[in-house]
Design a binder for this molecule. Structure first.
Ligand code: FA5
Length: 344
């Protein structure tokens, strides 16, 4: 029996050394050391061994089992290390390879103009307010003193969702929403940037979806001169140059008096060119003193408080600022056009 055990040990070690795979090694362990393995099989013959030799054989069998366990484990470690080395060699990273360039996006020119407008007004103490794009007819028109028969309410101009709900046609409803929230408190000093929608036919200066920035100031003793002063300072900051400004009488149902503000042409300085249609002036916004009915409707005593409001279109301002001839360029997403503004 002793010989058989020693032969088994030798044979097992030869196999262990020649095995190159962890799975095969596991199978080998079962084959030699498992419950039905070859070592157990040999030990079954113990009953035929003389009693005084049994302890010697038993001890030999235990030693062989321990050596085989040890041999199998260290071979397993060896194989695992080899496998790791192969993997590492495979996954080696060449840090000298040139990197893949990442295409950088830029800020859309309209967003850039809106951000500049916001920065200027925030610098003058205005807060930024927001309101819904899907608006109630009552906020979009009624509370702004736009009577039922006013042309601005015409279905041609507005996208209605239901008879009482529409896509807002201007940012002016945010004036009313803000005043209601402030519950008669002053000062109110906000701007409201946002998208607006009109059933206008798209052309070089019109889009059916565009942007506006609304402004509203309400306090005691606010006069037309404040309106002009703030908006003139704003225009010079926005265009980064000295400008002439003038107010022309206009009409908006929610302001009285109403004006439009022109600036001297940013292209020709007022001499007359194609951009200003030879007039030397360019209109940039509508404005006026908040109509007493609008103040009262939003909870402000129009005897004590006055205010001014204004509204401008950043899309048209972007056309002027960057000398672009067609508003549709902003919405067609031609990357060749947009890439020109990457550093704006
Ligand atoms: C208004 O919408 C008023 N709510 C502005 C206002 C606010 C006046 C507060 C007084 C007090 P208007 O319809 O003129 O006004 O539009 C304002 C600006 O939006 C215009 O000066 C123009 O720059 C821009 N705009 C108007 N229609 C379009 C359009 N279809 N596409 C692009 N921009 C437009």
């Amino acid at each position: 029996m002793k010989d058989r055990l020693q032969a088994l040990e030798q044979e097992a070690f030869t196999s262990i050394r020649s095995i190159g795979d962890v799975e095969e090694l596991k199978a080998l362990r079962v084959r030699y050391l498992g419950k039905k393995g070859e070592l157990t099989e040999i030990l079954r013959g113990m009953k035929d061994v003389a009693p005084d030799e049994r302890p010697v054989i038993g001890s030999l069998a235990n030693d062989i089992r321990a050596r085989l366990e040890e041999g199998i484990s260290s071979r397993e470690e060896e194989l695992q290390e080899q496998a790791l080395e192969i993997r590492l060699r495979h996954e080696q990273i060449d840090v000298t390879l040139p990197g893949k360039p990442q295409a950088l996006g830029g800020i859309h020119p309209i967003s850039a103009v809106i951000e500049q407008i916001e920065d200027i007004f925030v610098g003058m103490g205005f807060e930024v307010a927001e309101g819904p794009e899907v608006e109630l007819d009552s906020y979009n028109f009624e509370s702004l003193n736009i009577p039922k028969d006013h042309p601005a309410r015409d279905m041609q101009d507005s996208f209605y969702v239901t008879p009482e709900i529409l896509l807002r046609t201007h940012t002016s409803p945010v004036q009313v929403r803000t005043m209601e929230k402030k519950e008669g408190q002053v000062p109110v000093k906000i701007i409201c940037p946002g998208k607006v929608y009109r059933r206008d036919d798209d052309d070089a200066t019109h889009s059916h979806q565009f942007h506006q920035v609304e402004g509203l100031v309400v306090d005691r003793g606010i006069a037309m001169s404040e309106l002009h002063g703030i908006l003139a300072a704003f225009a010079e900051k926005l265009f980064g140059m000295e400008l002439e400004t003038r107010l022309r009488p206009s009409y908006f149902p929610f302001t009285e008096p109403s004006v439009e503000m022109d600036i001297s042409c940013v292209q020709c300085g007022g001499q007359g060119c194609r951009m200003c249609k030879e007039t030397g002036w360019i209109e940039i916004l509508g404005a006026g003193m908040v109509h007493p009915r609008v103040l009262e409707g939003a909870g402000y005593d129009s005897e004590r408080y006055t205010g001014f409001a204004f509204g401008m279109g950043p899309d048209r301002i972007a056309l002027l600022k960057y000398g672009i001839d067609d508003i549709r360029h902003f919405y067609t997403n031609d990357l060749r056009f947009l890439r020109q503004f990457q550093s704006v």
